[in-house]
Write a protein that binds this ligand. Structure first.
Ligand code: HEM
Length: 135
């Protein structure tokens, strides 16, 4: 396995799966968006998952692709209120994936994955895996 890919893997996963699928914003003034007026106080439901697979931004957006540069995805939001914990998340995921890649020679599904159903969050209730350590 290739531990040096850990950071790219994490950001490509966040782009591709968008663990936080949606959140709301409130317009603080009238805003014209592509010919539609969003009035002051109007609520906007932002679909991060759709933006992260926008074909105008990403080539073959539905493909999980470790050769692409996933930076610029909006899986952590965007702007002044973007995820304040994203660097912690990257650090944790980087440590975990790097350790796994060093110690695990083979990893495969060991059962049927089950989704955790939630209107906003995309995650697993159960994801059984079987691992074989590096020889
Ligand atoms: C893969 C992991 C994570 C994902 C995908 C994620 C995603 C997000 C998203 C989409 C937002 C909303 C951003 C916006 O409104 O523009 C958010 C906000 C936030 N996240 Fe995360 N997050 C993750 C991990 C974490 C961690 C580990 C922490 C804490 C250590 C954290 C703390 C926060 C906080 C405090 C906010 C609110 C920021 C604000 O409103 O100013 N997140 N996150």
């Amino acid at each position: 396995m290739r531990p040096e890919l850990a950071r790219v893997v994490f950001d490509e996963v966040v782009r591709w799966q968008s663990p936080v699928q949606t959140f709301f914003r409130t317009a603080i003034t009238d805003v014209d968006l592509a010919g539609t007026c969003i009035p002051e106080g109007g609520k906007v439901l932002v679909f991060l998952g759709a933006a992260n697979r926008d074909p105008d931004r990403w080539g073959e957006p539905d493909r999980f692709d470790l050769t692409r540069d996933p930076s610029g995805h909006v899986g952590f939001g965007m702007g002044i209120r973007q995820c304040v914990g994203q660097h912690v998340a990257r650090l944790e995921a980087g440590s975990l994936l790097t350790a796994l890649a060093r110690r695990v020679g083979h990893l495969e599904l060991a059962g049927e994955p089950r989704r955790h159903l939630n209107n906003t969050l995309r995650s697993w209730a159960s994801l059984p895996v079987r691992i074989r350590p590096v020889n």
